[in-house]
Design a protein around this ligand. Structure first.
Ligand code: DGL
Length: 272
């Protein structure tokens, strides 16, 4: 791994500058895919802080410190906007980041609102990390929908670790998922909210046992739309037809990240 902090900061941010995206690990690539599909002219820099995953078991202050580190790296690389592609980081640190840095931040939160509005059984399941479910921001949002809708919160302890370790399709994963989701199905959910950016990768496995009447939703597309809107409002949307570049950095082995981005792009293993 080579040093990463030595690079000079780029003060000349403009619409051609890249979008920065970070996550506690590889899961934020599910959001990154939505962003690049919606914004074909944009270049991106993705940071996978896999060395420090999972964030969901950490204190709020630890999460804030890690988010500052990631943000500062992306700013040094000249990013014009930062997408916090992690529900745990967003719900614990986004206010702090917005107060401290001047670039626009886009966060991701569990899609409680659309699920609650569309639910007909009025029982909605939310699978998220302990850090997200325990955050003040999540509880505030949830309290807006608790009247008339039963929100079943389930913490997905262990899921992020399995994904980070390349065990997405393992029997351990299936057992964990059934243990977490089956009780919610028995209680009558018709929406299952995936409140962690690692979890969209679970959808094929969830569909093996979740009945069709249950709609599984995540927030990836909403994050991409919000990114486009904020870029437009800040006159930072790239309208030039310059070739886009996708750069990936990880502070662990690149193996799992490579699989999730289908071996299409170069990944640098660096210390950060
Ligand atoms: N992808 C992160 C999220 O959306 C995982 C959090 C963790 O590392 O625990 O919450």
């Amino acid at each position: 791994m080579r040093g990463f902090f030595m690079q000079k900061s780029n003060q000349n941010i403009n619409s051609c500058s890249p979008i920065g995206v970070f996550d506690s690990g590889v899961g934020g690539t599910s959001i990154w895919k939505e962003i690049v599909a919606l914004l074909p002219n944009e270049s991106t820099i993705y940071l996978a802080d896999s060395k420090n995953a999972p964030y969901g078991i950490r204190s709020k202050q630890e999460i804030i410190n890690l988010c500052e580190k990631n943000t500062e790296l992306l700013l040094k690389k000249g990013c014009k906007l930062v997408v916090v592609a992690c529900n745990t980081a967003t719900t614990n640190a986004i206010d702090h980041l917005r107060n401290k840095y001047s670039v626009p931040f886009i966060g991701i939160e569990p899609a409680i609102k659309p699920a609650s509005i569309r639910s007909t059984s009025k029982v909605v399941g939310i699978l998220a990390t302990k850090g997200t479910l325990g955050s003040a921001l999540f509880q505030e949002t949830a309290s807006l929908y608790k009247d008339g809708v039963q929100l079943l919160e389930q913490d997905g302890t262990g899921i992020v670790e399995l994904i980070e370790n390349g065990k997405l399709d393992s029997s351990e994963m299936m057992n964990l998922l059934k243990g977490y989701v089956s009780p919610m199905i028995e209680k009558g959910i018709d929406y299952l909210v995936l409140g962690c950016s690692h979890y969209p990768y679970l959808i094929p496995n969830l569909k093996k046992f979740v009945p069709e009447r249950v709609t599984i939703i995540d927030s990836g597309f909403s994050v991409a739309k919000q990114t486009r809107l904020i870029l437009e409002q800040n006159r930072l949307l790239n309208t030039d037809k310059v070739p886009r570049r996708y750069i990936f950095y990880t502070n662990q082995s690149a193996t799992v990240l490579n699989i999730l981005i289908e071996n299409k792009y170069k990944i640098e293993e660096v210390d950060f």
